[in-house]
Design a protein around this ligand. Structure first.
Ligand SMILES: [Zn+2]
Length: 62
């Protein structure tokens, strides 16, 4: 069993060096930005259904 951690973006094994730990759990600032962009994209997807409420859920109709 190995406790070796890998970058979740590019699957590069993290050597545990100070340089890589700075961006943990990613191997570099580039992968960190890639993950951040994924988060932002998911955020847009999650917020989209809020504009798709059915009329029954509209409180102004009560
Ligand atoms: Zn990486």
């Amino acid at each position: 069993m190995s406790s070796e951690s890998r970058c979740p973006i590019c699957q590069t094994p993290l050597a545990g060096e100070r340089e890589t730990r700075e961006y943990a759990p990613f191997c570099s600032s580039r992968c960190k930005l890639v993950d951040l962009s994924h988060w932002l994209n998911e955020g847009y997807r999650i917020s989209t259904p809020l504009d798709d409420l059915s009329p029954e859920d509209d409180p102004t109709l009560n």
